[in-house]
Design a protein. Structure first.
Length: 246
C-alpha cells in the first residue's frame, strides 16, 4: 500500500514539470504543498491534476469518501473506515467494481505529483521503512481517483496494484505498489475518451520499475510523537540487519 509520500518541489517547479498552472480558485503559495513526509492518516491536502481540468494543479484531501457522504463529516468517516485504510488507497483491480471507485473510474481520474514514497520492508519480524524515488530524482505522477461531495469537498485516493519484482522485494509482506504513470502517458491517463479497456492498459503500464531505486530511512517515519516532516527523513539509514539484503 502507499500511505506515506514526499513532495519537495515548489509549486512553480511542479507547474513547469507537469505543464499545468495552479488552480486560480485557490490561493496556492510556492511551498504550501511542499513536504518531506506526508503521513496519509493525517489526511492533509495534496496537489493533484484532475481529469476535469487537466491543465490545473488543484488541492484535494488525501482519503477518498463516497459521493453521497458530506465532506464536513470526513473525520467521522475516516475513523469508521480506518480498518479499510481510510480511503487513502484504491485497489486498481477493483476500479470498475468497487462501490466508491467505479463512479470515478472513467470521469474522475487524476495525477498526484510526488518525488518519492515510503514502504515498509519486513525482516525477522521487524519493519524497516524504505524511501523509493526515481534514479534521476525527478518528480513523477501516481495515478489517482477523486470525488467531489455535495458540500464541495474534493477527496482523492492513490491507486495501487500488485508489486513488480523490484517493489515486491521492498514491500515484501503486502507486495503492493502505487500505480506510477510513465511520463509519456501522463496526459493520456487524463484523456476523457478512454474506455475501460484503455484504462486497464494504462494501469498495467504503471507497474514499471526500471527508473526507481530505494534505501532504508529512519524509523522516525512511523513515530507519531516525532516530527518526521523534515529533510533528514529522506537520508539513508544504515541497519546492520539489512546489510546483506540490498
Amino acid at each position: 500500500m502507499c500511505y506515506h509520500t514526499s513532495q519537495t518541489r515548489t509549486t512553480s517547479q511542479l507547474e513547469t514539470r507537469f505543464k499545468a498552472k495552479r488552480d486560480p480558485a485557490f490561493e496556492i503559495g510556492e511551498r504550501d504543498f511542499t513536504f518531506y513526509h506526508s503521513n496519509g492518516f493525517a489526511h492533509q491536502n495534496l496537489l493533484m491534476i484532475p481529469q476535469e481540468a487537466a491543465t490545473l494543479l488543484s488541492p484535494a484531501m488525501w482519503g477518498i469518501i463516497p459521493e453521497d457522504r458530506l465532506g464536513i463529516t470526513h473525520k467521522q468517516y475516516y475513523k469508521e473506515s480506518i480498518r479499510f485504510g481510510s480511503g487513502l488507497n484504491a485497489r486498481s483491480e477493483k476500479l470498475f467494481d468497487h462501490f466508491i471507485y467505479k463512479h470515478a473510474a472513467l470521469s474522475r481520474r487524476c495525477l498526484v505529483p510526488v518525488d518519492g514514497f515510503f514502504e515498509p520492508h519486513e525482516h525477522q519480524k521487524k519493519k524497516f521503512p524504505f524511501y523509493i524515488h526515481r534514479k534521476d530524482r525527478e518528480s513523477f505522477a501516481i495515478a489517482g481517483i477523486y470525488n467531489r461531495s455535495r458540500d464541495g469537498y474534493v477527496t482523492m485516493a492513490l491507486l495501487t496494484t500488485e508489486a513488480s519484482p523490484f517493489f515486491a522485494r521492498i514491500h515484501n509482506v503486502k507486495k503492493r505498489q502505487p500505480v506510477i504513470i510513465p511520463t509519456s502517458l501522463e496526459k493520456e491517463w487524463l484523456n476523457p475518451q478512454l474506455d475501460a479497456g484503455a484504462v486497464h492498459a494504462l494501469l498495467r503500464e504503471g507497474r514499471r520499475d526500471d527508473p526507481f531505486q530505494a534505501y532504508p530511512v529512519s524509523k522516525d517515519l512511523y513515530r507519531t510523537a516525532v516530527d518526521s516532516n523534515r529533510e533528514e527523513i529522506l537520508m539513508e539509514k544504515k541497519y546492520p540487519d539489512l546489510d546483506t539484503l540490498f
